[in-house]
Design a protein around this ligand. Structure first.
Ligand code: UD1
Ligand code: UDP
Length: 382
């Protein structure tokens, strides 16, 4: 049988972190001709991940522009993919998660009548506006996709509720595969601030915040609460690698500049981020990926959002929804910083999202789909 041509499409930092281990797995398989196309919806933050994983894309649409809108990302991706797909005609394209690249990449493949595999399928909040636009992106990709790779049982159940039961595989999340390659006890950071922090005697809080639905008042509330936390707890060192979005840069620097224990730093490479997470005391974030990684490393998480499409770690007791009101965030963080029992209850490692084998299962599922004599993967059991 001739090799199956599988084209992986991604564009932002989190997609790259979760897709690069899969691309590496596909690259290794003789039965697969693996091609990688990036939209570069993110430029620097994407390139940083590609450098760490040492994979040069085969196609690069280079679409990013400052303060880009959802419409420009979507239209530039569809037009760019037109040329690539007409030239290559892959047997399958793979997209990841819920970004504009994900949706536009899947739609472009559909227009070319190319089958689509959706990695990280089935996450839902069932609130069209939150996260915005991600909830609708993943629902629309769910309608287009032929293969659905679900991280968890709940994700598979969500698809079943939408009558999507064919081509569904329970694989775990590829982010856990990535995490297993990056965290090391003897890791040295390239940033001096991070090497010099006293992780044993200070309480290092790792913060990230970037979501579109938090732009404006919610982001102001979050930043104000963070400053109050640093003021109220002298043992706290707050480390915030600030997303490159100008909206986020402006909010973070307006509210958090000029405090000796608040460290606003540039986005970290993924290995630095994972190792910082492994050493910190607490994570406060509106990120999706951090909600999956921190529990695996035994770090409590306060989620700076009203909802989450990742309820598994909430159920396991390591993640709490803090919302986007200043008082709620301040009071929940205060409890974790002053009540050792409350902290200890949350600080245990759980792995509801994967066992490090997701990429192998996804690659197996793809080969099985094209050649039923190739064994189907076993189901991920958390
Ligand atoms: C996007 C995704 C979001 C994901 C997030 C991960 C959509 C709609 N949103 O949101 O789901 O959680 O990525 O971080 O797809 N920028 C740079 N350099 C970079 C990256 C971004 O300068 O390397 C700046 C640009 O000015 C860009 C802006 O950030 O216009 C926003 O980037 P964009 O991808 O539109 O939105 P995100 O908030 O990053
Ligand atoms: N991350 C990183 N450097 C940073 C911040 C985040 O490498 O400075 C990683 C993080 O470990 C996770 C992913 O980026 O794997 C999450 O990306 P982001 O929060 O931008 O997007 P989301 O997961 O919310 O879609």
């Amino acid at each position: 049988m001739k090799p199956i041509t599988v084209m992986t499409i991604f564009g932002t930092r989190p997609e790259a972190i979760k897709m690069c281990p899969l691309v590496q797995e596909l690259d290794r398989r003789p039965g697969i001709n693996s091609l990688c196309c990036v939209t570069a919806q993110h430029r620097e933050m994407l390139d940083s991940v590609l450098d760490i994983f040492g994979r040069k894309p085969d196609f690069d649409l280079d679409i990013m522009q400052p303060r880009q809108t959802l419409s420009t990302i979507t239209s530039k991706t569809i037009l760019g993919m037109d040329d690539v797909l007409a030239q290559v005609k892959p047997d399958l394209i793979l997209v990841h998660g819920d970004t504009s690249t994900t949706f536009a990449g899947a739609l472009a493949a559909f227009y070319h009548q190319i089958p689509v595999g959706h990695v990280e399928a089935g996450l839902r909040t069932y609130d069209k506006w939150s996260p915005f636009p991600e909830e609708m992106n993943r629902k629309m990709v769910g309608c287009i996709a032929d293969l659905h790779f679900c991280p968890t049982v709940a994700n598979r159940d969500n698809l079943a509720r939408e009558n999507i039961t064919e081509g569904v595989f329970l694989t775990g999340n590829t982010v856990i595969d990535a995490l297993q390659t990056t965290v090391r006890k003897d890791f040295r950071f390239t940033t001096d601030i991070l090497n010099n922090l006293d992780y044993a005697n200070r309480k290092v809080i790792l913060v990230t915040c970037h979501r579109r639905e938090n732009y404006g008042q919610p982001m102001t509330n979050i930043m104000t609460a963070l400053r109050r936390i640093a003021d109220a707890f002298p043992e706290v060192e707050l480390v915030y690698p600030v997303h490159l979005s100008p909206v986020v840069q402006e909010a973070a620097h307006t509210h958090l500049d000029g405090h000796e224990r608040i460290h606003l730093i540039a986005p970290l490479s993924v290995d630095e981020m994972h190792n910082l997470m492994a050493r910190c005391h607490l994570v406060m974030t509106d990120s999706g990926g951090l909600q999956e990684e921190a529990p695996a490393l035994g770090k409590p998480v306060l989620v700076l959002r009203r909802e989450t499409e990742r309820p598994e770690a909430v159920a396991a007791g390591t993640v709490l929804l803090a919302g986007v009101e200043e008082e709620d965030i301040f009071s929940m963080a205060s409890t974790l910083l002053s009540d050792a029992a409350a902290y200890d209850k949350m600080a245990h490692a759980v792995n509801p999202y994967g066992d490090g084998q997701a990429c192998r299962r996804i690659a197996d599922a793809i080969q099985h789909h094209f050649d039923p004599s190739f064994p189907a993967p076993e189901t991920f059991a958390p």
